[in-house]
Design a protein. Structure first.
Length: 262
C-alpha cells in the first residue's frame, strides 16, 4: 500500500527543487508540504547511515524546546563529539541549514527541535503536528537514513472528521497495546487491531495509497494551531504523516516553529 511518489506535484504536496521552494507554503494555501531533495548524494550520508544502523552513532531522544540555529549548532557539535569528524561536520551543517530555512520561512527567531536515533515502532502512527496558539506554522522533518516518513495526499483523505475519528481510536488502542506489552504476556487484541488500522486507514478513500518521502529529502510542512486540533478544518491545513512501522535505526530531525520576532 506504500508507494514512492516521483510526481512533480501531488494534491497538497509539491516536489520542489531547492529549499527555497519552502516559501511556497506561505504563498499557496492549497499546499500542505514541500518535499526538497538533496540532489547528488554525498558520500558522508552513506557513512552516516552505516554508523546509525550499526548503532555506532546514538543520539537519545532529545527535545530542545526553543533554540536559534546557532544555539542548535553548539548543541550538535557536543552531541556528535564521538562521531567521525568528516561525518559530524557535514551533519551539523546540514541540520543547521534546515533550522535556518524554517526560521526564515516561518518568520521567527527560534524553533523547537526533536532529534534522535532509534528503530521505527508502531508508536507514531498517522498524525498531524501542532504548534502553540498564534505560532508560525511551517516546520520540517528530515530522515537521514533507513525507511523514510510516510504520508497521504490531501485528495485521498475523506475529511478531517474521518481522520480525527481514526486518530482518537488509534491513540486508545496504542495505549492499550503498550499496557499489554508491559504486562509481559502474549500480544493482546489491541496490537492486532492496531495493525489492521495501520494497514487499511479508514480515513482514506478506496484505492488510495500511502506515499513515502524519497530518500535524501527534507519535507517542509504545515503545522496546525493546537486550538484547531480535533476540529473539522481544511485538509490542506495539515500534512498527515507517520513514521514507518519497522526497519533499522534511523536518525530523525523534526523542527517546529515557536513564536518570535515580536
Amino acid at each position: 500500500m506504500v508507494s514512492s511518489s516521483r510526481n512533480t506535484a501531488v494534491a497538497g504536496v509539491l516536489h520542489g527543487v531547492t529549499a527555497a521552494d519552502a516559501a511556497r507554503l506561505a504563498a499557496d494555501p492549497a499546499l500542505s508540504a514541500v518535499i526538497v531533495p538533496d540532489g547528488r548524494r554525498e558520500p558522508w550520508l552513506q557513512e552516516l547511515a552505516e554508523l546509525v544502523a550499526g548503532e555506532r552513532l546514538v543520539i537519545p531522544r532529545t527535545t530542545l524546546p526553543s533554540v536559534t540555529p546557532d544555539e542548535f549548532t553548539g548543541w550538535a557539535h557536543t552531541a556528535l563529539a564521538g562521531a567521525p569528524a568528516s561525518v559530524a561536520a557535514h551533519l551539523v551543517d546540514a541540520m543547521a541549514g534546515i533550522l535556518a530555512r524554517v526560521v526564515d520561512t516561518a518568520g521567527t527567531d527560534k524553533v523547537m527541535v526533536r532529534v534522535f536515533t532509534e528503530a521505527p515502532t508502531r508508536r507514531c502512527g498517522f498524525h498531524v503536528d501542532t504548534v502553540p496558539p498564534q505560532s508560525p506554522t511551517v516546520g520540517a522533518v528530515r530522515v537521514y537514513n533507513g525507511p523514510t516518513t510516510e504520508y497521504v495526499a490531501c485528495e485521498d483523505v475523506l475529511g478531517m472528521g474521518e481522520f480525527y475519528t481514526y486518530l482518537a481510536r488509534r491513540e486508545r488502542l496504542s495505549r492499550q497495546a503498550e499496557r499489554e506489552r508491559r504486562a509481559d504476556g502474549p500480544d493482546g487484541t489491541a496490537l492486532a487491531e492496531l495493525c489492521a488500522m495501520d494497514g487499511s486507514p479508514s480515513f482514506l478513500r478506496p484505492g488510495a495509497v500511502v506515499r513515502r518521502v524519497p530518500a535524501d529529502a527534507t519535507v517542509f510542512f504545515r503545522h496546525l494551531d493546537v486550538r484547531r486540533h480535533w476540529s473539522v478544518h481544511p485538509v490542506t491545513d495539515v500534512w498527515i504523516h507517520r513514521s514507518p512501522m519497522r526497519g533499522t535505526a534511523r536518525l530523525v530531525l523534526n523542527v517546529s516553529p515557536v513564536p518570535g520576532r515580536g
